[in-house]
Design a protein around this ligand. Sequence first.
Ligand SMILES: NC(=O)c1ccc[n+]([C@@H]2O[C@H](COP(=O)([O-])OP(=O)(O)OC[C@H]3O[C@@H](n4cnc5c(N)ncnc54)[C@H](O)[C@@H]3O)[C@@H](O)[C@H]2O)c1
Length: 280
Amino acid sequence: MERLEGDLNGKVAIVTGAASGIGAATARELVARGARVVLADIDDVRGAELAAELGSQSVYLHTDVCREADIAGAVDLAVDRFGRLDCMVNNAGRVGRWTFLPDTPAAEWDEVFALLARSVFLGIKHAARVMRDQHSGSIVNIASVAAVRTGFGPHPYGAAKAAALQLTRSAAAELAEHMIRVNALVPGGVATRIVGHGAGLTGAELDRSVEAVRDSLHKFQPLPRAGEGDDVAHAVAFLASDQSSFITGQELGVDGGLTLGRPWPSNYLAEARAAAQPTS
Ligand SMILES: NC(=O)c1ccc[n+]([C@@H]2O[C@H](COP(=O)([O-])OP(=O)(O)OC[C@H]3O[C@@H](n4cnc5c(N)ncnc54)[C@H](O)[C@@H]3O)[C@@H](O)[C@H]2O)c1
């Protein structure tokens, strides 16, 4: 697909979880459109590789989003290196373990909330201190269909993503007077390493798992193809751009129709007519 080159010229962004999947696609898209990007992740090898690929428009920083000092450091680096902060993408995440409620350790709940909900709070908090002085900014939180439907993630994962959605709304309401917008994306099935990572795969096996996930997602939703990192990246770029300057507090599904409801049988009418025929 053709890129809208140059519409993010002069803008500065931070992408957490930028070393892989949706975050890496987003960093590439923002840079291709003219932005400069702080790549924030804990995967130093892949983070450094992406920074080398993207050149002087990017910088990698080891950033554990569960640590407030790390997030504050990423925001400070954006300002020190590039002079400002226009877009904060709170994206880092993992799925966690699928367990029945009676078997779910409280520590797992706490860890998942720290990674998927508290981190979004911290990202908003530290981005807002810079954006408030600039009197402009766009914050994009990456949620999940698991926030709005059951069965797409473990209990702590869905609850933490739902918390991120509610924080998106309340933050948008508070920060609007400073011209800071806060929106969320709600991806469906996207072919990334997140499933393999959750299954404990590493190295080349983890990289290879993306193709298997892509195949399995072909019929996961009404649109018959897997979601790709670029699908989410394009939506982030729109929300980072001035074209979305009157949009705040919203959640946008990027899910190929996954949340529409029950599958629509293509032979529905034929079946209904057949059922209506009198039996001889
Ligand atoms: N892939 C999907 O189907 C899907 C669907 C809905 C939502 N999401 C969400 O999208 C986001 C990105 O996931 P992805 O699919 O690209 O996965 P991914 O595994 O490809 O990438 C996740 C990145 O987050 C980083 N990360 C993990 N813990 C971190 C931490 N504590 N601090 C900083 N970085 C950390 C990882 O190192 C990795 O680079 C996640 O929040 C995920 O929940 C993904």
